[in-house]
Design a binder for this molecule. Structure first.
Ligand SMILES: [Zn+2]
Ligand SMILES: [Zn+2]
Length: 247
C-alpha cells in the first residue's frame, strides 16, 4: 500500500507511521500555539502589564489573528462534519458552543485525536493533514519558533554585565564568561542565574520545558495561574520554578 499523504510505501496501514506521528503532533500543538500567540501581540510588552515605549512600533496582527483562533476553529469544525456523519455522531448543528475560544479549540482537537484512527482511513486524510499542517505552521511563525534564537544567560558575577550563550541540552558541560573569565557548568550557571535577585532571567518555552521536565501545556498553566512575567515570548524561569514548587 502507498501512504495516502506522502505516497511512500506502507505495510498495511493507509498512512505511514511518520505521517501519522506528524499529524498527531501538529494537531496536539494547536492549543498551545494559540495560547502562546497571545504573548506576541505587542513587541516588548512585559507580562506585568506595563507598556513599554516599543508599543508604538506596532501591533502584531498575525499573532492577534492566531490567538483569536477563528481560522483554526473553523477548519477543525469543518473537518468534524464528515467524521460525525461517517460515524453517526451528533451533527455539529446540535452541539453547544463552548464558552471560550480556548475550550472550543481544545475540545475540537480532542475530538480529532480521538477519531484519528478512523480519519486516517478516509481518502480525504491528505487534505485534512495539509490544512492542519498549515495551521501549525502559522502558529510556529507567529510564535517565532522558526527563528533559532541563541539562548543567553546574564553572567552571575557581580559587576560583570556580560551574557553567556547557553546550551541547555548539555547541562554538565563547562562554560566560561568571555569577559570575567569565570567558569561554571551549565547547570550551576543556570541555578545561579535563577537565584540572582538583581537580574530577571527570561528563557524560551522549549528551554524551560527541558529544564523543568514539563510539557508546554503545564508551563502555560503555571504562567497563567501565577501571572508570570513575559518578554517577547520568553518567560521568567525563576518565577515559574518558584510557582511550580508551591504546588
Ligand atoms: Zn506518509
Ligand atoms: Zn562574566
Amino acid at each position: 500500500m502507498d501512504c495516502l499523504i506522502c505516497n511512500h510505501h506502507t505495510k498495511d496501514t493507509s498512512i505511514c507511521r511518520r505521517c501519522e506521528v506528524t499529524l498527531r503532533a501538529d494537531l496536539s500543538q494547536l492549543p498551545t500555539l494559540q495560547q502562546e500567540a497571545k504573548n506576541f501581540l505587542v513587541p516588548g510588552r512585559s507580562g506585568s502589564g506595563t507598556v513599554s515605549t516599543e508599543r508604538s512600533i506596532g501591533f502584531n496582527v498575525n499573532a492577534l489573528d492566531y490567538s483569536m483562533a477563528n481560522e483554526t476553529i473553523s477548519v477543525l469544525h469543518k473537518w468534524e462534519v464528515p467524521i460525525r456523519k461517517g460515524r453517526s455522531l451528533t451533527p455539529p448543528a446540535y452541539l453547544k458552543a463552548h464558552p471560550t475560544v480556548e475550550l472550543e479549540l481544545e475540545e475540537s482537537v480532542k475530538f480529532h485525536l480521538a477519531h484519528l484512527e478512523w480519519s486516517m482511513d478516509q481518502e480525504w486524510v491528505k487534505d485534512f493533514a495539509g490544512q492542519v499542517k498549515e495551521l501549525y505552521t502559522k502558529g510556529m511563525a507567529v510564535t517565532k519558533k522558526f527563528i533559532e534564537q541563541p539562548r543567553r544567560i546574564p553572567c552571575p558575577t557581580d559587576d560583570c554585565r556580560s551574557s553567556i550563550v547557553m546550551d541547555i541540552n548539555n547541562l554538565m558541560a563547562g562554560v566560561t564568561c568571555h569577559k570575567c573569565r569565570t567558569s561554571w557548568t551549565m547547570y550551576r550557571l543556570l541555578t545561579l542565574a535563577m537565584n540572582n535577585p538583581n537580574k530577571t532571567f527570561y528563557l524560551d518555552m522549549d528551554a524551560i520545558c527541558l529544564w523543568l521536565n514539563l510539557s508546554p501545556r503545564e508551563i502555560l498553566k503555571i504562567v497563567n495561574a501565577h501571572d508570570i512575567s513575559k518578554k517577547n515570548g520568553l518567560y521568567d524561569i525563576a518565577a515559574i520554578t518558584k510557582a511550580r514548587d508551591l504546588n
